[in-house]
Design a protein around this ligand. Structure first.
Ligand SMILES: [Zn+2]
Length: 187
């Protein structure tokens, strides 16, 4: 994984830039529920790390970076989130689709960032249909240790440095540009 902090920051950046476009009706108002769900979606694929303690082999589709890092899971999680937290939205309406696509993109961003890390196994983007693991050719992000204690040892600093450059700075740029785009659109 990239660290949970970085997945969360990426989620907020994706949220800010998506919201630079006008969202229909009251969806255009920012609320806490929206951000909490976005962060939850971006971080939750790593709950599969529990498999390490349960003895699930890393290569298994149930292992780390397996099914929970797939596009299929991103769709499923997004569907569940919109179903429960935006139950007032009519399924497949424009508002429903916007929310669904947004939470899908945020969840999928997790696997995309993981596929840019320099260690661990690749990401099973196409599970459960094809369980092969993939990395992108460009992998500048140092892989984050799973264990918190190891994270706060020396390796953690290296990881944070690479995530700062490759995730945080691009995210902050998106966050800074988003209000400008929004302003341009409304003037
Ligand atoms: Zn991960």
């Amino acid at each position: 994984m990239a660290s949970a902090f970085s997945h969360a920051i990426a989620a907020v950046a994706i949220g800010k830039i998506s919201r630079a476009a006008r969202w229909p009706g009251d969806l255009d108002k920012v609320d806490l529920k929206f951000w909490l769900i976005a962060i939850f979606c971006a971080v939750s694929p790593d709950f599969d790390a529990i498999g390490f303690w349960l003895g699930v082999p890393y290569d298994s589709v149930w292992g780390h970076r397996g099914i929970t890092h797939s596009l299929f899971f991103a769709g499923l999680l997004s569907y569940v989130m919109v179903h429960f937290f935006y139950s007032e939205e009519k399924v497949f309406s424009r508002r429903w689709l916007i929310l669904f696509l947004f939470f899908f993109a945020v969840t999928a961003s997790h696997g995309i960032l993981d596929a840019m890390t320099d260690g661990g196994r690749g990401v099973a983007f196409f599970a459960p249909f094809n369980n092969a693991r993939y990395f992108f050719p460009f992998r500048p992000i140092r892989v984050s240790p799973i264990s918190i204690t190891r994270f706060f040892s020396g390796r953690g600093w290296e990881v944070l440095k690479s995530e700062f450059v490759w995730v945080w700075i691009p995210s902050f740029i998106l966050m800074a540009v988003a209000p400008l785009i929004k302003k341009l659109r409304t003037t």
